[in-house]
Design a protein around this ligand. Structure first.
Ligand code: NAP
Length: 286
């Protein structure tokens, strides 16, 4: 297929590389052009403007936030009105996904946010949560297979996929918060964090989220960030906007959001979002 890929950050560069490997004809665009060099060397074409990457079958976007997506779609040289089907993988607000669906023009719009960190993206092992018109989702199946291990189809309203993604990211943060509080308690009481994790994941908490983030907490692997705390804070703010729109109280959300603010203030913006453990430990004077 002729695919455009816009946004070559940690996630996008790995996803686009897998599309090239799978034999698709890929055209890439990134705000900082040098990030496209490795992909161009691997066989991708370079677009001068976002719209130049949206002339084929699909154009996939994997950008930081709402502002970045709005710029690439509706700004100068943007993809609004281009013939390609727009497949949005970024974690963005429900409101922006609704706008993209309403103003997608002839090409159409699907939301397909993903679960999985950059290592999973590089291995083609993301989980894709896709929503939009059934025929458009059918056309994307081979592409989703190249970037992910499983695709969940969750209906014909694109923004539903964004709501699932935001709910999932809230639960990851809530799991990290609970684990970091328990590890802080254990550590201050003289039990090694790694022992606590071994017992928990070997008994009732064997889920991937506890295994992946538990290791990060045990080894203090907060830099380089796989998912930077400011992006995590962006997501919790999007959860808050959805909670306000749907009138759903989420008291736990306020706690994890403040811990993200705290760790960004003390550690800087390059810390991983699991670094909320540092804020929890410091409040216990560890
Ligand atoms: P990243 O490495 O920070 O990359 C962000 C990308 O967005 C870069 O290509 C950046 O371009 C571009 N960008 C930022 N602001 C822009 C603007 N105003 N105009 C145009 N382009 C702009 O982030 P990432 O980790 O790949 O995450 C990308 C998306 O995936 C985010 O929505 C994130 O929430 C989501 N996500 C991340 C993970 C993860 O574990 N990392 C997992 C699942 C989903 P430059 O290169 O020019 O800065």
């Amino acid at each position: 297929m002729r695919i455009g890929f816009i946004g070559l950050g940690q996630m996008g560069s790995a996803m686009a590389a897998n599309l090239v490997k799978a034999g698709h004809q890929v055209t890439v665009w990134n705000r900082s052009p040098e990030k496209a060099d490795a992909l161009v060397a691997a066989g991708a074409a370079r677009a001068e403007w976002p719209v130049d990457a949206a002339q084929g079958d699909l154009v996939m976007t994997m950008l930081a936030d709402d502002r970045a997506v709005e710029g690439v779609v509706f700004g100068d040289g943007g993809i609004a009105g281009a013939p390609a089907l727009h497949v949005g993988h970024s974690t963005i607000s429900v409101a922006l996904a609704d706008r993209l669906a309403a103003e997608s023009g002839t090409g159409g719009y699907l939301s397909a946010p993903v679960f999985g960190r950059p290592l999973a993206a590089a291995a083609g092992k993301l989980f894709v949560v896709a929503a939009g018109a059934g025929a458009a989702l059918d056309r994307c199946e081979p592409v989703f297979a190249a970037i992910g291990q499983r695709t969940f189809r969750i209906g014909d309203k694109p923004s539903a996929a964004n709501l699932v993604k935001l709910s999932g990211n809230f639960m990851i943060m809530a799991a990290v918060e609970a684990m970091a509080e328990a590890m802080t308690l254990a550590e201050k009481g003289g039990v090694d964090r790694s022992i606590l994790l071994e017992v928990l994941t070997g008994t009732l908490f064997g889920a991937p989220v506890y295994q992946t983030y538990g290791e990060i907490l045990v080894e203090d692997r907060f830099r380089p960030a796989g998912f930077a705390a400011p992006l995590g804070l962006k997501d919790m703010t999007l959860v808050d906007a959805a909670a306000t729109a749907f009138e759903v109280p989420m008291p736990l959300l306020g706690i994890v959001r403040d811990h993200l603010r705290s760790v960004i203030a003390t550690e800087g913006p390059d810390v991983d979002w699991a670094g909320i453990a540092l804020a929890i430990r410091s409040s216990a004077n560890i």
